[in-house]
Design a protein around this ligand. Structure first.
Ligand code: GLA
Length: 725
């Protein structure tokens, strides 16, 4: 619900309110973001705590109150010296601006964010336009809320209404100010093989800037930041989440000002960003999904999960069953032929797997990582007869077939590079920096994107393919496109991502029944931008049953379990060399879209029986895992125990997975409290054959079972009809 009257605005979502007003000078001030309030509270907020008082109009120093004012669109060069949201250099070199209210409109539905992933529909939008009376620039701030979702989605559009071009040197998506300083800042940091570890530090004076400069959202810092009140934990307390629907270089920064005010701001990274906006043109910034929770971090995660399922994931796949697949990468790496692959497919079918995925190495001259990328035609010296014999074998076995591509890349040793050496991102004179021996195609060029669309489409069209894994194994460097004029080179990184989105859009629309999975050297581009096209993403190349639990824990802070592709792989693990029981690997992989990534033919008969059992059990709970509410119960970062529960929306079912890292001496009395159930209802815990009320399971908890090192357990909890009286 959106309320607007006399320059006051109130946006109410499912369990929060966001309020603003236009002050006497026309500046848009933030009044409130937190628990729900009603329209009549706005006057109280304006006259009371919420407002930074403006001096009378005849006071010669009247704009000094901008320093510390909670601004919705802070600008550069006046008295507010904290981070501005937009900077635009005009033809006379001036950057100073002063954005004041011009008009607003409210409409049903969501704004269109041209060429970028964004909210899909429903809801109500408030669009407030601000003008700078001394320059041609207009800013429209969009806010969308839904009655049944706990987020507000913001972005802005920048319009050049004048005669000369301007250069945007910063075009952030949002600003969110707080008249409060008592926060901790959470970020998800990592690297290849250890993506998205939560790290919390006190918000301190100055700027905490989280960013990627790599052209992708990155393994290193996810485009997510949370402000957490000191008394907030998993289940109680207040926190705020900020997440960008963007897959390129980004910034999210939290600034603690010297007046005790906090500013969170973010969007496309402004480092080397310079966008030429000609007269009459409009620039669209990515959306930010902003969340308030008073149910701790768990409430924030559930709000994000609900939003992503409702508004980001392609509707066709939100409730569709995910394929349980076997992927040949860790089974064979590049060294395969039909003789090696057929037995894996045969075994997969016997064990109950649905889809066989052929990973890297099936195309061009690709016998290792140094060649072949870009040549999307079958390597028939490796796969005699092309893909058909393997696909036929899968079909005879009742399996579907999936294929790996890395559409954005090219190898130097490839027909594509020999034909179009100028199609890469590079600056002549600088030897292009290689990563994994590969170069990045210049997706800012429409003809490059179109070429890749045609060549990937031909493979999908001419073969019976039901699943595609879209990989991306390096970052951008030498940010330069020979196809762009000098004054547009600062547009390259953003134009690249727009090209990626265009290709993803074209392919997923051309093949609506094909299931696409995202990947970037594991989880190097795990963000809501990619989830808009690909309903699940390969969470990490690290499939070690212990490390993976931590990665999935961190990822779950702002993404649903349904977004995470999770595989059981061989032991010793290829990344850590650790040996973790097969049962634990299966249990951890069951907390997402599950699959297998090992040579199934090398398993013993007992192991095969265990895998078949895991798949049968997974197919009983997949709906709950992929659509239920997540409750994190014990953190592997703070204790030797990992434990998570997924509870059905109607609270009749729960699936709990726990894992112990190293066993400690006399570590006997650990209890896990089960959150998320209905206190007054009775439940049965299958594995323990115990009956208890939801209240008892929460306040008294269940004892952690004895397991060896890296052992694990599950609890299947079901509501029974007896009442808890
Ligand atoms: C990346 C992916 C892996 C695999 C390889 C293939 O590392 O994350 O899953 O597909 O590429 O080269």
């Amino acid at each position: 619900m959106i309320y607007a009257q006399n320059g006051k605005f109130l946006l109410n979502g499912k369990g929060f309110s966001y309020a603003m007003f236009i002050d006497g000078q026309g500046f848009l001030q933030k009044l409130h973001f937190g628990g729900q309030i009603i329209p009549s509270d706005l006057d109280f907020l304006i006259c009371g705590i919420g407002k930074i008082q403006e001096p009378p109009f005849d006071n010669p120093n009247r704009e000094s109150y901008l320093d510390g004012m909670p601004a919705e669109c802070p600008f550069f060069g006046r008295i507010d010296t904290c981070e501005p949201m937009i900077t635009a250099v005009r033809s006379d070199g001036a950057v100073v601006s002063r954005f004041i209210y011009s008009s607003h409109k409210i409409y049903d539905g969501v704004p269109n964010v041209k060429g970028m992933p964004c909210a899909r529909g429903g809801g109500q939008t408030l669009a407030i336009t601000l003008k700078d009376n001394f320059s041609p620039i207009e800013v429209t701030l969009n806010y969308t809320v839904w009655d049944d979702l706990n987020v507000v989605v913001k972005n802005c559009e920048i319009f050049n209404g004048g005669g000369d071009s301007v250069f945007l040197t910063r075009a952030f998506s949002f600003c969110c100010d707080f008249t409060d300083e008592r926060f901790d800042v959470m970020r998800l940091w990592g690297d290849w093989g250890k993506e998205r570890s939560p790290e919390i530090s006190p918000l301190s004076h100055g700027i905490t800037r989280l960013q990627s400069t790599r052209g992708v959202s990155s393994h290193q810092i996810n485009p997510f930041l949370a402000l957490i009140k000191p008394d907030c934990d998993e289940n109680v307390g207040e926190c705020y989440g900020f997440q960008l629907v963007y897959s390129g270089s980004f910034v999210l920064s939290a600034e603690l000002g010297n007046k005790g005010q906090t500013r969170v701001i973010g969007g496309i990274n402004d480092l080397n960003f310079r966008w030429k906006l000609d007269s009459g043109e409009r620039f669209f910034t990515p959306q930010a999904i902003i969340c308030y929770s008073n149910e701790g971090l768990g409430g924030m995660s559930r709000a994000y999960a609900d939003y992503i399922r409702a508004q980001i994931v392609r509707p066709k796949w939100v409730n569709a069953r995910r394929p349980v697949l076997v992927n040949n990468w860790e089974a064979t790496y590049f060294d395969f032929n039909n003789e090696r692959l057929f037995p894996i497919a045969d075994e997969a079918a016997r064990l109950g797997i649905d889809t066989f995925v052929l990973d890297d190495g099936w195309f061009g001259k690709r016998d290792g990582a140094a060649s072949g990328l870009g040549d999307w035609y079958v390597n028939t010296s490796k796969l005699k007869g092309g893909l058909k014999p393997l696909i036929d074998r899968c079909k005879q076995n009742g399996l579907k077939f999936g294929l790996w591509f890395e559409p954005e890349m090219v190898s130097r040793d490839s027909d594509l590079f020999r034909a179009h050496p100028d199609w890469i991102i590079s600056k002549s004179g600088y030897e292009p920096a290689l990563q994994r021996n590969q170069l990045v195609l210049d997706f800012s060029r429409a003809e490059v994107v179109d070429y890749i669309f045609n060549s990937v489409s031909d493979v999908i069209k001419n073969n019976d393919i039901s699943y595609v894994k879209w990989d991306m194994n390096r970052y951008l460097s030498e940010f330069y496109s020979p196809a762009l004029p000098a004054d547009r080179q600062g547009e390259l990184a953003h134009r690249y991502i727009l090209g990626v989105y265009r290709l993803a859009d074209m392919l997923t629309n051309a093949f609506p029944d094909v299931f696409f999975e995202g990947c970037a050297s594991g989880g190097g581009r795990f963000d809501t931008g990619m989830l808009y096209y690909f309903p699940q993403i390969w969470t990490s190349d690290d499939t070690d049953g212990y490390e993976r639990a931590k990665i999935q824990w961190g990822t779950s802070l702002c993404y649903p379990l349904s977004a995470m592709s999770c595989h059981v792989s061989a032991c010793p693990n290829h990344q850590t060399e650790r040996v973790v029981p097969l049962g634990t690997r299966g249990n951890i992989a069951s907390l997402g879209a599950t699959g297998y990534e090992l040579d199934l033919t090398k398993l013993s008969n007992e192991e095969k029986a265990q895998v078949a059992e895991q798949i049968t059990e997974y197919k009983k709970i997949d709906d709950l895992v992929l659509r239920g509410d997540l409750y994190r119960l014990s953190s592997p970062f703070d204790s030797p125990i990992f434990c998570m529960a997924v509870v059905s929306k109607d609270k009749t079912l729960a699936y709990v997975v726990g894992e112990r890292a190293l066993t400690l001496p006399r570590d006997v009395n650990r209890i896990i409290r089960i959150y998320g159930l209905d206190d007054g209802k009775m439940y049965r815990v299958r594995e323990l054959n115990l009956t208890a009320s939801g209240g008892a399971l929460k306040t008294a908890g269940l004892p952690v079972p004895k397991t060896g090192d890296f052992g694990s357990w599950t609890w299947h909890i079901e509501q029974i009809t007896t009442t808890g009286k």
